[in-house]
Design a protein around this ligand. Structure first.
Ligand code: FE2
Ligand code: FE2
Length: 474
């Protein structure tokens, strides 16, 4: 179904045919706009931004580009087209027809999953609220705003499901999604990574590389769901999410490039000297990787999880790219987990595969994260330097799962609490690192100019030049 932009709420779900639902969402809409004005990008009300807007939901040419005043962006409800005769792809009900409505016995579980996913979307907009005030270029400012409006749309996607399928409880949850705020001591966001402040652009690129990628894997798992409206919503969200990760990957690549240029100009790689050139030294970059990667690993949940087993058995949430697995039942198999042993070492513990589904997803995510790291290492090697970046061990700096509370170094060797306290400054961004990175964050708004700590992008948006005036500040 085509997207109808003549409606107050653009949609391809036939909203006009369901008056009660339409009225309920039109009641929520001004609350969303109030939230955007208060918690969305600071001082952006008069900006005109070169944004893409969804015009169709098929793979080719779904987006149109143009200058938009940000508060006038048309947030809407878009589901990927249904797959005819789609069947449940995994678990105990493998091969049965998918659900068009929520089965009563799974109602609260599905609602909780949708609320948890929905909560992350506005949370990230709140985390990134002030970044526009210190953007390294107009190109980057535009990318930030593009991501922000799409995270806002992802909130709409989850709110639609809550309103359409969960009655009064769903409407209350939709209001709560605007009532919690990132980092709020009284009403924080649900997941801890989404309460971490993002006050500099290095953190923003790390977040879009590591945390948006967690989002991608969560959406992939939910796209497998037997609850078909959830699956269709997530499939379309994934098409938007791909660009968020591009922003992260290309952003970090540009930081590495600039750092290497300055190292070569300097003739050596002493971090303190390098900092004086206004570039970000690679050890600091590594500490930021350590922080955001380990925090994002926690989002996948415990290694051994009866909830995960239950989601898989019932068909609520599958594995990313379930079709690529040979066996969709996953019974009678084990995964060997690494767990801390009593003597401060590492032991192996077999866990039934269904209980280890979080770990299966986390494993796929880690492999995906490593692709970028290897690309950055190739740049470093080509520039003639020995230093290498690396993902820390999944045992490092965890707050969720079997390694929570156990201390390990970035190689994954268990260490005592004392050794951790003595050395964690080497491994995680210190106050001083953060202050240094923050000191570089000077706003650059002349078209085509870049801040000194980051290289220019290889190309612009939608085949325009990188020097195009992507944001008219007005
Ligand atoms: Fe999102
Ligand atoms: Fe995203």
């Amino acid at each position: 179904m085509a997207i109808d932009y003549s409606e107050r709420i653009p949609n391809n779900v036939g909203l006009g045919d369901n008056r009660a639902l339409q009225r309920a969402l039109e009641h929520w809409q001004p609350q969303f706009l109030d939230w955007w004005r208060q918690m969305g990008p600071s001082a952006s009300q008069n900006h005109e931004v070169y944004l893409r807007t969804a015009t169709a939901v098929d793979a080719e040419g779904w987006a149109s580009y143009g200058m938009v005043r940000m508060p006038e962006y048309r947030w809407g409800i878009f589901l990927a087209d249904p797959i005819p005769d789609r069947c449940i792809g995994f678990g105990d009900a493998f091969g049965d027809k998918v659900w068009r409505q929520v089965p009563g016995e799974y109602r609260s579980t599905l609602r909780r999953l949708i609320v948890t996913q929905g909560d992350t979307e506005p949370a990230s907009v709140e985390q990134q609220q002030r970044l526009g005030l210190c953007c390294p270029s107009l190109y980057d400012l535009r990318n930030l705003f593009q991501i922000n409006v799409e995270e806002g749309r992802h909130l709409w996607a989850m709110v639609y499901l809550l309103h359409a399928y969960f009655g009064r409880d769903g409407r209350e949850e939709a209001e709560e999604l605007l009532g919690r705020h990132s980092g709020d001591p009284d009403k924080p966001r649900i997941l801890s990574t989404f309460n971490e402040p993002i006050e500099d652009w290095l953190s923003f690129f790390m977040f879009t590389y590591f945390t948006d990628r967690d989002g991608r894997y969560q959406l992939k798992s939910l796209a497998e769901s037997a609850f078909d409206p959830l699956s269709r919503t997530c499939r379309f969200m994934l098409t938007e999410e791909a660009y968020h990760m591009f922003v992260g990957a290309s952003g970090i690549t540009r930081v590495v490039r600039r750092t290497l240029e300055q190292m070569q100009a300097l003739g050596h790689d002493d971090p303190a000297d390098l900092r004086r050139t206004g570039a970000i030294d690679l050890p600091t970059l590594q500490r930021y990787i350590n922080f955001w990667f380990s925090s994002s690993l926690d989002l996948f949940g415990a290694e051994n999880s009866s909830n995960a087993a239950n989601y898989f058995a019932t068909g609520i949430k599958g594995r990313p790219d379930e079709a690529r697995f040979a066996d969709h039942i996953a019974l009678g198999q084990e995964l060997r987990l690494q767990v801390p042993d009593r003597d401060g070492g590492v032991a192996e513990e077999p866990v039934p595969l269904r209980n280890a589904m979080n770990e299966v997803t986390r494993g796929a995510y880690i492999k995906d994260c490593d692709i970028g790291v290897q690309r950055w290492n190739r740049l470093i090697a080509e520039a003639g330097y020995e230093i290498r970046l690396a993902l820390p061990s999944p045992r490092f700096h965890r707050a969720v799962g079997v390694w929570a509370g156990a201390h390990a170094d970035p190689q994954g060797n268990p260490i005592g609490a004392q050794a951790w306290t003595a050395r964690c400054r080497e491994w995680l961004p210190s106050e001083e690192d953060r202050a240094f990175v923050k000191s570089l964050m000077q706003r650059v708004t002349e078209p085509g100019r870049m801040a000194g700590w980051i290289a220019p992008p290889e190309g612009g948006i939608n085949n325009l030049s990188p020097a195009y005036e992507y944001v008219r500040l007005n």
